[in-house]
Design a protein around this ligand. Structure first.
Ligand SMILES: Cc1cc2nc3c(=O)[nH]c(=O)nc-3n(C[C@H](O)[C@H](O)[C@H](O)COP(=O)(O)OP(=O)(O)OC[C@H]3O[C@@H](n4cnc5c(N)ncnc54)[C@H](O)[C@@H]3O)c2cc1C
Ligand code: SF4
Length: 241
């Protein structure tokens, strides 16, 4: 692992101001970022720890929806009685992801921004346009059983691995952000993720240093919600579909 500076943010403004600096990276639960740092896929010069920020609440909104803070842990979100009763698809998707131990650390913001599970992205000896733009895509002619069928390009065929994000997309959630100047934005999740196209290294519509503060869920759709995840094992495996 390469040496880095560690900084704890006490306010959201402080975190956003620090995150905009070149080489800085936000750390929340760390369950994806630390793995990527050990492999030197991510090599931040500064880690900005946001775990002290007051972003861990789930609140009712005036229109009958819920506002989920960026630091709400995956396990807490899945277990919240309002989520279980009104947003069954979200609770089920969360519980279909990772393991209990990981869900206790993983956060709402970090889950949305976790990186792909493409094997070649994690292997720095292989070409990968997402990790190293212009180097090629080893997955195109490689082992690509877990890769995408729809929305691919000649430059990248990776999928986004988040179960939670799929449920949030089905629910038409909105992602709330703030930047280093303190400007807030609300991004519909349908516009949050980008297809790979010619620039697979650009995965979302977030600008440099912009941090996620919350996700808002609109009033829930009626009826019974189902989340069906096709995978190699019944638990602790990423989705094939
Ligand atoms: C063995 C294993 C199995 C897993 N299985 C599944 C699975 O089946 N399904 C699934 O969906 N997931 C799975 N995961 C992934 C897991 O859900 C993610 O690692 C986790 O949700 C990431 O959240 P985190 O808070 O730990 O993020 P971190 O690792 O802290 O951060 C991830 C990224 O998000 C950025 N970030 C974090 N918070 C913010 C913020 N508020 N604003 C801006 N940027 C931010 C970081 O800079 C980093 O780039 C698995 C992980 C492991 C290790
Ligand atoms: S599919 Fe995408 S992430 Fe995987 S090797 Fe190709 S460019 Fe990299």
């Amino acid at each position: 692992m390469k040496a880095f500076t560690y900084q704890r943010a006490d306010t959201t403004a402080q975190a956003a101001a620090a995150a905009v600096k070149p080489g800085a990276k936000i750390i929340a639960g760390g369950t994806n970022l630390l793995d990527l740092m050990k492999l030197q896929v991510e090599t931040p010069s500064t880690l900005v720890d946001i775990n002290r920020l007051p972003l861990d609440k789930i609140e009712e909104t005036s229109d009958g929806g819920l506002r989920v803070g960026a630091l709400v842990r995956n396990s807490d979100l899945a277990a919240d009685p309002r989520v279980r009763q009104r947003y069954g698809v979200l609770s089920r998707a969360l519980l279909a992801g990772a393991s209990a131990q990981l869900r206790n650390k993983a956060t709402t913001g970090g889950n949305l921004l976790q990186r792909t599970r493409c094997y070649y992205f994690y292997d720095v000896t292989k070409p990968c346009n997402k990790r190293s733009p212009g180097s090629g895509c080893a997955a195109l002619a490689g082992f690509n059983r877990i890769h995408a069928i729809l929305g691919t390009s000649d430059h990248c065929i990776a999928t986004h691995p988040s179960d939670m994000a799929v449920a949030m997309r089905a629910l038409d959630a909105k992602v709330e952000t703030v930047n280093g100047e303190g400007e807030a934005r609300v991004i519909p999740i349908a516009e949050f993720y980008r297809l790979p196209g010619k620039t697979p290294e650009i995965e979302t519509s977030l600008k440099s240093g912009e941090i996620i503060t919350a996700v808002t869920l609109p009033p829930p759709p009626p009826g019974v919600h189902v989340y069906r995840k096709v995978r190699d094992r019944a638990s602790y495996a990423f989705a094939l579909v």
